[in-house]
Ligand binder design. Structure first.
Ligand code: Z5A
Length: 212
């Protein structure tokens, strides 16, 4: 590789944990320190596949559960060439939800195993760091009511949280748990420090393959 690659940094967490807020702050901070950094989010609702997903989440259409899982995965795969290109150009990618949300949400539905849910995402670019924003349901409730989209109920979110806990047992992924119950600035400080460390480490290593 001729130039030092960018790092792939993912933020995961339960509903209203502050993922979007923290992704935006991290990108801004990295840019301020002179790095090329960009934000991505999944689902990416701008593509044709993303529009199908968005309509499903907004309850404007129904999709069979296996089908929508595969669409969420396809929505990531369609971005892989662009992600690889940006990483090779030295751009740090800060990603709001990734395959872990895909697995946690579908496997929270009846009769879906973690293994089946992981399969379509095997081989995606592996994040150098996945930060899980930990927030208990009471604190999340203080940040506003659930929205009207699919999955936004407390019972379902509790099961999603359990699935995330299971995924975090996997030591092949560089998980860090962040206490998201603190102020936005306190959370940001931790996220920035962890990100700066991983950016230095990742730049001389090839991008890995997730779950392979
Ligand atoms: N999904 C799936 O099923 N399969 C997949 O493969 C993928 C996703 C990738 C997408 O939702 C839905 O798709 C999601 C998972 C599923 N379903 N659910 N539920 P989305 O990505 O479009 O939206 P979201 O992820 O649901 O957003 P969110 O979780 O609700 O929010 P957040 O990004 O974690 O939080 P935020 O927007 O940054 O902050 C929420 C509020 O809290 C806001 O008013 C902030 O100002 C406030 N906030 C943030 N941090 C703090 C602190 N530290 N203190 C106080 N207040 C704070």
């Amino acid at each position: 590789m001729s130039c030092r690659r960018g790092a792939l940094i993912v933020l995961e967490g339960v509903d209203r944990a502050g993922k979007t807020t923290q992704c935006q702050k991290l990108v801004h901070a990295l840019q301020q320190s002179g790095r090329a950094a960009e934000m991505m989010r999944f689902p990416d609702r701008t593509t044709k596949i993303g529009q199908l997903i968005s309509s499903y989440l907004e309850k404007k259409s129904n999709l069979e559960d296996h089908t929508v899982h595969l669409l969420f995965s396809a929505n990531r795969w369609e971005m892989v060439p662009l992600m690889k290109q940006k990483l090779e150009q030295g751009i740090d990618l800060v990603v709001d939800r990734y395959a872990f949300s895909g697995v946690a949400f579908t496997s929270a539905k009846p009769d879906f195993s973690l293994e089946w849910c992981m399969n379509p995402d095997i081989g995606l670019p592996k994040p150098d760091l996945v930060m899980f924003l930990q927030l208990n349901p009471n604190m999340a409730a203080n940040r506003g009511e659930f929205g009207i989209e699919r999955y936004e109920t407390s019972a379902f979110q509790r099961t999603v949280h359990q699935r995330f806990e299971e995924l975090m047992q996997d030591s092949s992924v560089n998980w860090k748990v962040i206490d998201a119950a603190r102020t936005i600035e306190e959370v940001h400080k931790d996220i920035k420090l962890l990100s700066e460390d991983i950016i230095s480490l990742a730049q001389n290593q090839p991008v890995g393959e997730l779950w392979r």
